[in-house]
Design a protein. Structure first.
Length: 135
């Protein structure tokens, strides 16, 4: 069973971005499934690598959109992205060194951060981009 499901309330009214957010949700669910099925460190580790890479590409898409349209919250928003990237890199490093095990706590952190970010921070640029004709 998925740990999160896409909900129209998550929509920022930009098709490409919504698709990327759906992909992120799918990857969180894949990570949850792998953990629940007791998959080994390698499998779980490779899903996290994919999630981290995809997240970075997604953040870049958003930031390019901000720069292109002169979004006034660019600096603050980008700062949030960077803090998350650093946090995930820290988890990856700790996992690799065996300092932590991937726990539900880590998974919940990733899930909660992404959902909260989409619902509060990402949704803020929706009306701005719509006014610029971005769909
Ligand atoms: Fe986003
Ligand atoms: Fe964002």
């Amino acid at each position: 069973m998925p740990i999160i499901e896409w909900n129209d309330d998550y929509s920022v009214q930009i098709k490409e971005i919504d698709n990327q957010h759906r992909q992120l949700i799918d990857q969180i669910n894949a990570l949850h499934d792998a953990m629940k099925q007791g998959k080994g460190k390698e499998v779980v580790g490779s899903i996290i690598v994919k999630l981290a890479e995809y997240t970075q590409r997604h953040f870049m898409s958003e930031e390019q959109l901000f720069l292109k349209h002169g979004y006034p919250e660019t600096t603050r928003h980008t700062r949030e992205h960077n803090a998350f990237i650093e946090k995930v890199a820290g988890f990856q490093n700790d996992l690799k060194l065996g300092r932590i095990l991937l726990s539900m706590e880590v998974l919940n952190f990733l899930k909660d951060w992404l959902i909260k970010h989409i619902q509060i921070v990402d949704k803020k640029y929706g009306p701005f981009m719509s006014a610029k004709g971005v769909v």
